[in-house]
Design a protein around this ligand. Structure first.
Ligand code: ADP
Length: 431
């Protein structure tokens, strides 16, 4: 890839920006290309130009690209490393083949925004990346050994490919939850563990919780300080957050994403004594049990079938599979329990907001989570609940329901692109 145009003053002053949003994992790179700027943000008029994913980096990779929401195109090609993945993305978005009019050469990409999983206690907001920030992200590898190294490779790859002049933003999964008070983020463990090893609740999915909280207040015409809600991100990973006055007050994921709700393959909350007990019975090390808790538990572990909620619902309806039904029941029960806990923690709330693949699409899971919540003022509107799927946004509770219920599709990439633009434009106000 040839040398690229430096980021010019022209883009700072006039044109809107095409931001490449990267989410780089250990062997996967997801991307979106989003055209946005302060004016578009104010009008909610940002444009998603393209998206895609490169899987199995390091070998014969599976490449999926889609321009402007059109049918995804899949292909395979050898992709050596993260840098080669970023180059593959740029080659495609700038090619005539992609049909993206706005991006004809690398110079038409004006910034890169990265999803970074762990920002520890240092990163309380999104930041523009420099050497010092990069070192800070490296310092958090200890806390997220599976995630931060991939994110760092993504930052370095983008730097090599675009040159050091192109602004890059880092948006952290943990940052939104940095407003948790000590009584919510500290575990009842020896305090020295927090001091020495930073053992505490950090919480994840922060960009998603923050985005849906923003959409909620746009829908209701509220100020940030008036945002008092419980957000439920239910996807492969699942987490709940209590948001009070616009800030995260508590959240269900902990020092790692393992804690809290039942997830696709993660157990969520368990008695920690189980680790030693089962380890001794099965001859597994603590590390091996940890792997089971992360990869073979949750919906998959209970059902013995799949981690996929849609398949479990189908299976329990069509063949009456008992364990598939049980997995769904335990999943919904745990969510309901957290709703109750967070209403108590926050002193009430105005709304529940469902998001994530399950939260956005499954009217049945939403109904089952809300079952029995009538006493606290939840009255679902069955028709609205049924009709609100496939990335539709809206109210699914009855007029007059004391606790309103919304479905709001998440868009973490959009928030990453917006934060990157706001940082470049020097806008420091909180969102
Ligand atoms: P990730 O956390 O990996 O981004 P998603 O947010 O896409 O995952 O969520 C994936 C989950 O959403 C899967 O369990 C999938 O079965 C579930 N899901 C998607 N569509 C439906 C549906 N119509 N009904 C029930 N579950 C669904």
């Amino acid at each position: 890839m040839g040398r690229l145009l430096p980021f010019t003053i022209y883009h700072l002053l006039f044109a809107n920006m095409n931001v490449l949003v990267l989410n780089c994992g250990s062997s996967t790179a997801k991307f979106q290309l989003i055209a946005t700027d302060l004016d578009q943000i104010a009008r909610d008029a940002d444009e998603h130009l393209a998206s895609g994913v490169i899987e199995r980096i390091g070998g014969e990779a599976i490449i999926t690209f889609s321009a402007r929401g059109s049918e995804a195109r899949r292909s395979t090609a050898p992709v050596r490393d993260t840098r080669a993945a970023v180059e593959t993305v740029i080659r495609w978005v700038t090619s005539a083949d992609s049909g993206i009019e706005e991006v004809k050469s690398v110079g038409d990409i004006h910034a890169v925004g990265h999803r970074v999983v762990h920002g520890g206690e240092r990163f309380k907001q999104s930041v523009l990346i420099d050497e010092d920030v990069l070192r800070g992200i490296e310092d958090c590898i200890d806390l997220a050994p599976l995630h931060n190294p991939g994110n760092i490779r993504g930052i370095q790859a983008a730097r090599e490919v675009f040159g050091p002049g192109l602004p890059q933003g880092a948006v952290f999964d943990t940052a939104f939850h940095q407003t948790l008070p000590p009584h919510a983020y500290l575990y009842a463990l020896p305090y020295q563990w927090y001091r020495r090893y930073r053992v505490r609740r950090y919480g994840f999915h922060g960009t998603s919780h923050r985005y849906v909280a923003y959409r909620y207040r746009r829908l209701r015409g509220l100020a940030r300080e008036q945002t008092n809600i419980i957000t439920l991100h239910l996807g492969n990973g699942c987490s709940a957050a209590a948001i009070k006055g616009g800030d995260s007050l508590d959240t269900s994921m902990g020092m790692t994403p393992l804690e809290g709700l039942v997830m696709g393959t993660r157990s969520g909350d368990i008695d920690p004594a189980i680790i030693d007990f089962v380890g001794a019975k099965e001859g597994l090390s603590a590390q091996e049990v940890d792997l089971v808790l992360n990869k073979q538990s949750g919906l998959l572990g209970i059902s013995g079938l799949t981690n996929d909620m849609r398949e479990l619902l189908d299976e329990s309806h069509e063949s009456g599979d008992r364990r598939a039904g049980l997995a769904v029941e335990i999943f919904c029960y745990r969510v309901r329990k957290y709703v109750g806990a967070y209403l108590a923690a926050a002193g009430g709330a105005d709304a529940l907001v469902f998001t994530g693949g399950i939260g956005e699409n499954s009217a049945e899971v939403r109904k089952r989570v809300c079952e029995g919540l009538g006493w606290m003022g939840v009255e679902l509107d069955p028709a609205a609940n049924q009709a609100t799927t496939a990335r539709r946004e809206g109210l699914i509770s009855r007029e007059g329901s004391r606790l309103a219920v919304y479905v709001i599709p998440t868009d973490e990439e959009l928030l990453i692109a917006r934060d990157t633009v706001r940082l470049i434009r020097g806008v420091t106000q909180r969102f």
